[in-house]
Design a protein. Structure first.
Length: 108
C-alpha cells in the first residue's frame, strides 16, 4: 500500500449475523472507494475479539488487502477470518508475568 492512500473509518452496522465496518479509501486525486469488512457475531460472543478492538482489526485487514493488490483489490467486501482474529489477539496480549521470574527482595 502506498503512503499516499488515506483510509477513513465511516462506522459500522450490526445485525444478528455480526458487524459490518465501512471504510472509505482515497489515493491521491482518484475517486473515493468504499470497502466493508465483516466480523461474525460468533467471534464477539466467543470472546475472540472485543467490541472496542473490532474497528482496528478491520482496518488492519483492509490495509493487508490493499497492500496485497497494489491498492486495487478486486472486491470491496472482506470477512475477517478466525486466523486473523487469533493473530491480532496474540500480538495484543499483555506479556504474562510469572511469579517465579521476580527477583527476590533482600532484607537489610
Amino acid at each position: 500500500m502506498s503512503s499516499e492512500v488515506i483510509m477513513e473509518f465511516m462506522g459500522f452496522q450490526s445485525d444478528s449475523g455480526g458487524r459490518e465496518y465501512t471504510f472509505v479509501v482515497r489515493e491521491g486525486s482518484t475517486a473515493r472507494r468504499q470497502f466493508t469488512i465483516s466480523i461474525a457475531q460468533q467471534a464477539f460472543t466467543e470472546n475472540r475479539v472485543r467490541f472496542q478492538d473490532a474497528a482496528e482489526v478491520c482496518a488492519l485487514k483492509l490495509r493487508r488487502e490493499l497492500t496485497a493488490s497494489e491498492n486495487q483489490p478486486g472486491v470491496s467486501h472482506f470477512l475477517v477470518t478466525d486466523e486473523e482474529l487469533e493473530d491480532y489477539r496474540k500480538s495484543h496480549d499483555p506479556p504474562k508475568s510469572r511469579i517465579f521470574d521476580r527477583k527476590p527482595t533482600t532484607m537489610e
